[in-house]
Design a binder for this molecule. Structure first.
Ligand code: SAM
Length: 317
């Protein structure tokens, strides 16, 4: 059976490099070709592909919808197309494609895999974070990983205000094993007055934790200093401390504001504060606290919003 590849970009180049000898490819297809040949093979426009030919077309471009419509307009049957990119749509897209094919087995197996979590090449052999650490909120945790790699020459301790059951604190402790890690939480939920504004289920769920449980999760518990109780009272005695990395995750306005007032002036140059839930419509108090902090101090902070699950904003010093 003849083999065509739709696309003449990086996806197509990579596909040939990994799986084929260019001589095995009948031709490449591109609706806007930049030349008559690619990797030594002809490049055809879709309308030049014979509609009746017994041939398989591997689509190595992410323009899935556009290519499907173009192919249909040129009379190319959908079962001749096998889409290799844009993997959230692949199963549906490739449903018409017959599975008994002469394609390399590994290529077909790869199609069945769930979307890849992209790893930094530096840590391609596997970093310290497990799949379990990453599965809940990959973007936030991967950002933490990337930020921690920038901290080598930044002095100070790490801290989390709002630890709950320690899932994120565990990641910080894993990634910064040399740093003291201050953990501030009541370890019994929100302050009564603040919790009055919360739905009962939300408040009750946060009572379901314990300092010992958090410590047992940490890979380097000897680096952790627990500050149990209501913040900011529990920061007393740490006025001269400096921080390289802070996770501020207390959900509600007044506690968030106290956290910003305590930690931001103590963030070392080059350090980061991750303000969780800042863009979350469900917890508007966090954003309100950030605005109030900027107004009260007359400052305009350096902020980078993340596209993680709960709208973290990274503030840099
Ligand atoms: C959303 S949870 C933290 C989740 C945690 N950072 C994680 O990623 O797994 C919020 C926590 O903030 C704590 N908290 C809220 N206000 C606080 C305050 N003023 N002092 C101490 N802890 C507080 C609550 O007890 C709760 O455990």
């Amino acid at each position: 059976m003849k083999l065509y590849i739709w696309g003449t970009g990086c996806g197509a180049g990579d596909l040939v490099d990994r799986w084929f000898d260019p001589a095995e490819i009948e031709a490449f297809i591109d609706s806007q070709p930049s030349g008559a040949s690619f990797l030594g093979r002809r490049v055809l426009r879709p309308e030049e592909v014979s509609a009746d030919e017994e041939a398989l077309i591997l689509v190595a471009s992410r323009q899935t919808d556009e290519i499907a419509s173009l192919a249909a307009a040129c009379g190319i049957a959908s079962e001749r197309l096998l889409f290799l990119k844009n993997n959230w749509q692949l199963r549906d897209r490739n449903a018409p494609y017959p599975s008994n094919t002469a394609l390399p087995a590994g290529l077909l197996e790869e199609l069945g895999k769930p979307p890849r979590k992209v790893r930094d090449p530096l840590w391609a052999s596997g970093g310290p974070l497990s799949e379990r650490d990453l599965e809940n909120d990959t973007v936030r945790v991967r950002t933490l990983e990337a930020l921690c790699r920038e901290l080598d020459s930044v002095p100070g301790a790490a801290a989390e205000l709002g630890v709950y059951r320690g899932a994120f604190a565990r990641c910080i402790n894993l990634l910064l094993p040399e740093r003291t890690l201050y953990l501030f939480d009541t370890f019994s939920g929100f302050a009564k007055e603040e919790a009055a504004s919360c739905a009962p289920g939300f408040a009750a769920a946060h009572e379901n934790t314990a300092a010992e449980r958090v410590l047992s999760l940490l890979p380097y518990p000897e680096r952790a200093i627990l500050r149990p109780g209501l913040f900011p009272g529990t920061a007393s005695g740490l006025e001269d401390e400096r921080f390289c990395l802070v996770s501020l995750d207390v959900d509600l306005e007044e506690s968030t504001l106290s956290g910003l007032h305590f930690f931001l002036p103590r963030l070392s140059p080059g350090g980061y504060l991750l303000l969780h839930d800042c863009l979350s419509p469900a917890l508007p108090g966090v954003r309100a606290a950030l605005r109030r902090y900027e107004q009260e101090t007359g400052s305009r902070l350096h902020k980078v919003p993340l596209c993680d699950i709960n709208g973290t904003v990274v503030i840099s010093a």
